[in-house]
Design a protein around this ligand. Structure first.
Ligand SMILES: Nc1ncnc2c1ncn2[C@@H]1O[C@H](COP(=O)(O)OP(=O)(O)OP(=O)(O)O)[C@@H](O)[C@H]1O
Length: 270
């Protein structure tokens, strides 16, 4: 036996301490459950009877001890009957607590996996939507300017256009760049996989080395990509070619497969 304190015949062991802590915890939980209810007074009454029984037992008063003893043992059954709803609540609380802790890790693991799967699915859908819209615009010789960013400091740019705040879909992109749409002029801005704004005016690059054949749409793509981490795709209305601008440089006439590869690299990568 592991003795912690021993004063003459009076000894306290480690198990006594643990016993007191557990009983204290259980009494506190019962107090929390019954606080404010009528059952609280009954509970206090029963606790007092129990304490009295323990005292008379220690003092070796047999008659009183056996009466109170009977009362306490019948009292246990009465307690269960009287506090049936509270006991149920208590057991539910104990069971729920331990189950929750046990499964918390698994829940977190599955949640993380699920959100990663959702993220990848959304990303794949967004890339496919942009590719589908691009193919359709190339086919119909529709000019387009699409800006991709994750920078939070572009408010100035949005203010020149119209806020959209929509999910990326081929239909939405095609409707925006449709020649009859009031939003077709200017740039579409996609931030973190969302279409944030359309019809935005971009700063035009004045670099002298940009080929003369490239007009304002391409120069605006180069302009916004200079000194920023912004990537831009341009679809030429005139030549039906796709161009890609980044870091102030422009790659003309990229294949649709190359565009998909670039989108996979830049579009809300985790
Ligand atoms: N500063 C700008 N910001 C955003 N979009 C612009 C800007 N300047 C021009 N554009 C867009 O470019 C269109 C004009 O394109 P323009 O023909 O001059 O350019 P381009 O580079 O030759 O393109 P394309 O090959 O499609 O003709 C405008 O209708 C407008 O939609």
């Amino acid at each position: 036996m592991l003795y912690l304190i021993q004063i003459g015949f009076f000894t306290i062991t480690f198990w006594d301490i643990l016993d007191i802590i557990i009983v204290g915890f259980l009494l506190f939980q019962i107090y929390k459950l019954l606080k404010g209810s009528l059952g609280f007074n009954i509970f206090i009454g029963l606790v007092l009877v129990y304490i009295a029984w323990r005292i008379v037992s220690v003092l070796e008063m047999p008659l009183l001890s056996s009466i109170l003893g009977q009362f306490v043992s019948v009292g246990m059954i009465a307690l269960l009957v009287l506090f049936q709803p509270e006991v149920r609540r208590f057991l539910l609380f104990v069971g729920q607590g331990s189950l929750q802790t046990r499964f918390k890790f698994l829940q977190r693991f599955f949640k993380q996996n699920q959100s990663l799967e959702n993220h990848n699915l959304l990303r794949e859908q967004a890339i496919q939507a942009i590719i589908t819209a691009t193919e359709a615009m190339v086919e119909s010789q529709t000019g387009a300017l699409m800006v991709f960013t994750s920078s939070p400091n572009l408010e100035g740019l949005y203010s020149s256009g119209v806020m959209v705040n929509g999910d990326v879909s081929a239909q939405l992109i095609l409707s925006i760049f449709n020649k009859d749409s009031p939003l077709h002029d200017g740039a579409l801005i996609i931030k973190d996989g969302k279409i944030v704004a359309a019809s935005c005016v971009l700063p035009v690059s004045d670099r002298p080395d940009i080929p003369q054949r490239l007009g304002l749409r391409h120069r605006a793509a180069v302009g916004i990509s200079e000194n920023t981490n912004i990537m831009v795709f341009v679809i030429s209305e005139e030549t039906k070619k796709i161009a890609y601008a980044r870091g102030g440089e422009i790659l003309e006439d990229i294949a649709i497969g190359k565009m998909r590869q670039l989108l996979e690299k830049i579009l809300f990568v985790t």
